[in-house]
Design a protein around this ligand. Structure first.
Ligand SMILES: [Zn+2]
Length: 91
């Protein structure tokens, strides 16, 4: 991801934080084939691009989301539900 800043949304703080995709991970933003094997940028799991989910947390600073594995996606959903409630209660 040369010249492209990656961020991870932190629901707890409500802020984006810099995120570094480890060297050697294959994490295309746009993929030409659904059968291509990619890495989940969050945990490194290798999976078919077609089986990946659009992340709600890991994205470029211009808002293009990366594709994460099902397990990380579920964890994102749990975090989002938990913290969305907290933020909603504050208002
Ligand atoms: Zn993962």
């Amino acid at each position: 991801m040369e010249g492209c800043k990656v961020i991870r949304w932190n629901y707890k703080t409500g802020k984006a934080e810099p995120f570094v995709i480890p060297d050697g991970y294959e994490c295309p933003l746009i993929c030409s084939g659904m059968n291509r094997i990619v890495n989940c940028p969050s945990c490194g799991t290798r999976l078919r691009y077609g089986d990946a989910f659009t992340s709600m947390e890991i994205m470029t600073d211009s808002g293009l989301s990366f594709s994460v594995c099902g397990k990380c996606y579920e964890a994102e959903k749990v975090r989002r539900a938990k913290w969305a409630d907290k933020w909603a209660q504050k208002t």
